[in-house]
Design a protein around this ligand. Sequence first.
Ligand code: NCD
Length: 326
Amino acid sequence: MTGNGNARKVVGLSPTRNQSFFGRDIVSVRQFSRDDLIYITQIADEMRALVHRVGATDLLKGHILANLFYEPSTRTSSSFIAAMQRLGGSVIPIHGVQYSSVSKGESLPDTIRTLECYADVIVLRHPEVGASEVAARYATKPIISAGDGVGEHPTQALLDLYTIYSELGALDGLHVAMVGDLKNGRTVHSLARLLRSYDIRMTFVAPEILRLPDALRQEVADAGRPVAETERVEDVIADADVIYVTRVQKERFEDLREYEAVKTYYEITPELMARAKSKMALMHPLPRVGEIHYDVDDDPRAAYFRQVENGLYIRMALLAAVLGKA
Ligand code: NCD
């Protein structure tokens, strides 16, 4: 079961809890309304206060998360583990799928149907687009996508949205520039879709071979949002309220010569930042591999490590909401 309008997965629990999250899969940002976004960011604020005040709680005591990663991860996997543990729950971590029955040829549906016998919620990162929807179809427990190939990364988009709001105090009226591998970067795919809910102007900055897919650009335009494209970050640096930089996704290239040709296309330097607005946010989902120079890190507008921290609060909020404890 998946997406909008799916039946409640966890039967027998109170239906008065937030209808958009309780017992539901999180597989695409398409499923969120503006009210849902307000709801989840308000809970994230509470989680932030809770972590700062007492560090942890027993809200999810007795609940178990299965953290199933078929692709590498540092932030997403650790933040889900930290989120579950700070809420008093526990985690089955499966990060080296080569050591699990996946390496014996077990199918995704069988792995999911097994893990849900032990866990209350499953976080899944998988290299194939649509894998979370497939998993959600087979699972009776909620599936939370941690990224499906070049498809979507919905929880990253939520934490990105939360970061933009935390940094700038607004969403409507902003100019957001997304820079880098817009073709393969699932974080920008989810973020561009999510930002359609707001009065936000988007500029997509990429070389020809890394342009945002046409269909997604059309989705943004169809929502009535102004869309511009350029190959030059210099065209947006002075006007953007948010510069969202991404890594060129080496693992998605069939021809590594093409990767070599574009891997250092963009480099955010202190000189470039000197031309940016005094109030703006420089963001990156991380890992970075040269797109933002280390000597930009001390710039107060460099928001990427605050963005990492926000991931903890958003994932705490999501786990609590999906398990009906928010
Ligand atoms: C991103 C991802 O995995 O899509 N990382 C993350 O989750 N923070 C971005 C990337 O790998 O470039």
